[in-house]
Design a protein around this ligand. Structure first.
Ligand code: NDP
Length: 327
């Protein structure tokens, strides 16, 4: 059949990752990258990819089957999501967990009014982890669900340490506390505090003349970000920061531990070890774009989440092929 025609709205880490993912999915083609910046300032990863201003989108409505929204969750998607869902079938990775119900409603109304299908909050968390939390709870109603993150680079916490006076640069990694993970894996169902589940590792470059001990103290006591965790601060050179901390790894586990009878405990575990958080997230967005295209063709419109998408719709293979190969 015809390739699914994809547009990319916003060209940061995810926008570049979506380009890379489209190149690995022969049933998809990239129509163009759309940006708020002057198009000549945006360097596509794909040779020959077209870059347009965001204002060209309205004229490109019949060229694009699914528009993948790659803007930030904080400032960009709350505005772009509802606006663009009036014109296109969309997929996004909105990850402000507490605001998802409100965002869903804001996207649902314009999508429904215009007969579009808009999948929100795809990615890994929210996304693949959410699916595994729901399946775990459904299969083992008596039990507990645990989500551990890391080892992973946290953008928000890295930004927070860069704002500390005396800091020239730095990154923060979130790590699961191994002992807690092992207890959960063993079938024990502990109640874990924030401090018992995760710890934080910081790699910091000091400004010249800055007091290392004062910087360390400012970081480890920072409310909301670090005060509830055991935090280690390592001082490194600017050269080491560039050389050893440029990648964006992430991952983690969702574990459901439950009993099906008094005697029998059951543990389900889903884990991710991601070399690049944005590239993986983008691969998820592209698979969901395929599902959105099919759901739209079936007349299933309005806002959707990963809970509404049947797994077979993510695959380029037909339902018949999947029954023969994967069951
Ligand atoms: P970026 O900050 O890299 O990009 C966000 C937007 O900023 C882009 O769409 C782009 O818009 C603009 N931008 C990018 N680079 C520049 C630049 N050099 N100068 C000016 N503007 C720029 O964010 P990410 O792609 O890393 O992440 C996007 C969102 O994805 C995050 O906010 C996060 O919430 C979400 N996410 C969700 C995950 C999940 O599991 N659900 C996992 C990972 C991320 P434009 O081209 O229009 O200027």
């Amino acid at each position: 059949g015809q390739a699914i025609r994809i547009g990319i709205a916003g060209h940061g880490n995810l926008g570049r990752g979506v380009e890379a993912a489209i190149a690995r999915n022969p049933d998809m083609e990239l129509v163009g990258i759309y940006t708020r910046r002057p198009p000549e300032q945006v360097q596509p990863v794909t040779a020959g990819a077209a870059v347009f201003g965001m204002d060209a989108l309205a004229q490109h409505a019949d060229r694009i089957d699914v528009l993948i929204l790659c803007g930030g969750s904080k400032e960009d998607l709350p505005q772009q999501g509802p606006e663009l869902a009036a014109l296109f079938n969309t997929v996004d990775s909105f990850d402000t967990h507490a605001r998802i119900p409100e965002y869903f409603a804001a996207v649902d109304a314009p999508a429904r009014a215009n007969g579009k299908t808009a999948l929100i909050s795809a990615g890994w968390d929210p996304g693949m982890f959410s699916i595994n939390r729901v399946i775990g709870e459904a299969l083992l109603p008596e039990g507990a669900t645990y989500t551990f993150w890391g080892k992973g680079l946290s953008q928000g916490h890295s930004d927070a340490i860069r704002r500390v006076p005396g800091v020239a640069g730095g990154v923060q990694y979130t790590l699961p506390v191994e002992e807690a993970v092992e207890r959960v894996r063993s079938g024990e169902r502990p109640e874990l505090t924030t401090r018992e589940k995760h710890r934080r590792d910081c790699y910091v470059v000091l400004k010249e003349g800055a007091d290392a001990e004062a910087v360390r103290e400012a970081i480890v006591t920072m409310p909301h970000y670090f005060d509830e965790y055991d935090t280690t601060v390592n001082f490194i050179s600017a050269e080491e920061l560039r050389r050893d901390h440029a990648a964006m790894p992430h991952g983690g586990f969702v574990i459901r531990s439950g009993n099906t009878s008094v005697e029998n405990a059951q543990v389900i575990e889903y884990g991710l070890k991601l070399g690049s958080n944005p590239e993986f997230t983008s691969s998820v967005l592209v698979a969901y774009a395929r599902a959105v295209h099919r759901m739209h063709q079936q007349g299933d419109v309005g806002a959707k989440t990963v809970f509404d998408v049947a797994p077979g719709l993510l695959s380029p293979k037909s339902a018949e092929q999947l029954r023969a190969e994967q069951l």
